[in-house]
Design a protein around this ligand. Structure first.
Ligand code: ADP
Length: 468
């Protein structure tokens, strides 16, 4: 059964049950309260009639006559089997004067009591309406069978009206129930169809989010999931093409060099060195890919130890001095703030982070430039910055430089030898430490031109780490 049908059936069952229960409660309460109500009305009517009689006559003489004439004693039935004029009265009356003397007692008019039990209807005072004086009282006793018959007749008369009311209520409730069933089922049905579409074709368009409730939340979560899936598919496609490209280039070089040596077109030693160079590149690419695969699968565990911040950055800057001299770029450590806190880091991995940022700074800064490492301490965090005076990064590239295999300028990578994996590894390590990394750069002015006589305004990479 479809979801829409199931929700509709549930709603229909609820409506029918509600109508039945409310009708049942109504019936029972009418059955229970109607006799009391009828009794009260009868008693009040009789009291009003007798008071009117006294006000006109100024005495109780002729009371019997007025009671009979007005039909206050309603004859319910002739008592079964009695031919002696014994009547089962519907209502019995006892009328007393102001002094409490009995003036009239319908029980005395009977030879024997009726068969049905009696319900005491209550006592009402009688008044002379002109003087306002209390002139007596009337007490009623009403035949229970009579009351029940009255109630049954009333309920029977009301039955068609009640049925009509129930049908109308059910119909009125069915309209919003139908609309609601559609509204609940529609997004779930669309989600199911969209999921099947993903299985069939691998892609699906964005589903419209029509509400802000849980169903709307579910649809937007589904949209996010499909978006994520598509991004992952795109990343996987790019990764495969990038990896095959990265493997292909050195393999081609190796092949050419080997052929050159075999055909004696080039000295074997030269070819051998070139081949070793390419093999080293391949092996470092495989290392990087292994590292990323391990972090992706959650296998890689950090071994964090307390480490003095100034010690860490000082050692790292010292480690890169030889390369900076070779590149003709000045590598400086800015004056460190006093009392830098200890960091809880995996020193080997974090050294890879800082090393990678310094290496990039040296790589992308022309000779004569400067790369500066500095630290800043804020409550709960330390930020290490590597700033260079190099070529800078175009605003269009900035959001992607931490993506795998992203290289801002592909032609440039031939000279720098970059593979576009360094920064994605940096981000992974920093995030595993609970930190964040981001870059700022301005390589061109608003008109897209480089500053005169300079390579660019340089780039700054910031690593913010929480303090233990
Ligand atoms: P690569 O090995 O290519 O340097 P990275 O992941 O380290 O790969 O960097 C990705 C890209 O970001 C680089 O190709 C380069 O275009 C850009 N980039 C990184 N650091 C800098 C920098 N300091 N100055 C300018 N561009 C940079």
């Amino acid at each position: 059964m479809s979801l829409f049908r199931r929700i509709s059936v549930a709603f229909a069952a609820i409506i029918v049950l509600t109508v039945l229960v409310s009708g049942g409660v109504d019936y029972v309460s009418t059955w229970k309260n109607l006799p009391l109500f009828v009794t009260k009305i009868h008693t009040e009517n009789i009291a009003a009639g007798l008071s009117r009689f006294y006000t006109l006559e100024k005495s109780w003489a002729g009371l019997d006559g007025t009671i009979r004439r007005n039909g206050y004693l309603q004859v319910a039935d002739r008592v079964s089997g009695a031919d002696d004029g014994v009547l089962d009265l519907s209502i019995h009356l006892v009328v007393r004067d102001a002094a409490g003397r009995t003036l009239y007692n319908s029980f005395a008019t009977l030879l024997r009591a009726g068969t049905d039990p009696l319900v005491k209807g209550g006592t009402e005072a009688l008044y002379d309406h002109e003087t306002g004086a209390a002139v007596g009282s009337v007490t009623t006793y009403i035949n229970r069978g009579y009351l029940e018959r009255e109630a049954a007749v009333y309920l029977k008369n009301m039955l068609p009206e009640r049925l009509f009311q129930a049908v109308l209520t059910a119909l009125a409730a069915a309209v919003p129930a139908f609309v609601l069933s559609r509204r609940i089922a529609a997004p779930i049905v669309s989600l199911g169809e969209a999921a099947q579409e993903i299985v069939r074709s691998g892609t699906v368009g964005e589903l419209p989010v029509t509400s802000t409730d849980e169903l709307g939340g579910m649809t937007s979560a589904f949209n996010q999931m499909t978006q994520h899936l598509q991004t992952q598919r795109e990343l996987r496609r790019r990764l495969i093409s990038d990896v095959s490209h990265e493997l292909g280039t050195p393999l081609n070089v190796i092949k050419l060099e080997a052929h050159g040596a075999l055909d004696q077109l080039k000295p074997a030693d030269d070819a051998f060195y070139q081949i070793m160079d390419e093999v080293n590149k391949l092996s470092s690419l495989v290392d990087d890919l292994n590292w990323l695969a391990e972090t992706d699968s959650g296998v890689l565990q950090l071994e964090k130890v307390p480490c003095r911040c100034e010690r860490f950055v000082t050692d790292e800057v010292a480690r890169w001095q030889v390369q900076s001299e070779a590149a003709g770029v000045r590598l400086e450590l800015a004056a460190l703030p006093r009392n830098l806190p200890s960091l809880q880091i995996d020193v080997e991995h974090m050294s890879r982070v800082l090393g990678n940022l310094i290496e990039n700074g040296l790589k992308y800064t022309p000779a004569g430039g400067v790369v500066t490492v500095s630290c800043r301490h804020r409550p709960g965090e330390v930020t290490i910055t590597v700033k260079d005076s190099g070529v800078g990064i175009m605003p269009a590239d900035l959001p992607f430089i931490f993506d795998r295999f992203y290289r801002a300028d592909r032609s440039r990578h031939v000279s720098t030898g970059g593979r576009g994996l360094g920064l994605s590894i940096v981000r992974q390590i920093v995030e595993m430490h609970g930190g964040t990394v981001w870059a700022e750069s301005k390589s061109h002015d608003e008109n897209g031109t480089r500053p005169e006589g300079a390579a660019g305004w340089g780039s700054s990479f910031h690593v913010r780490l929480p303090v233990a």
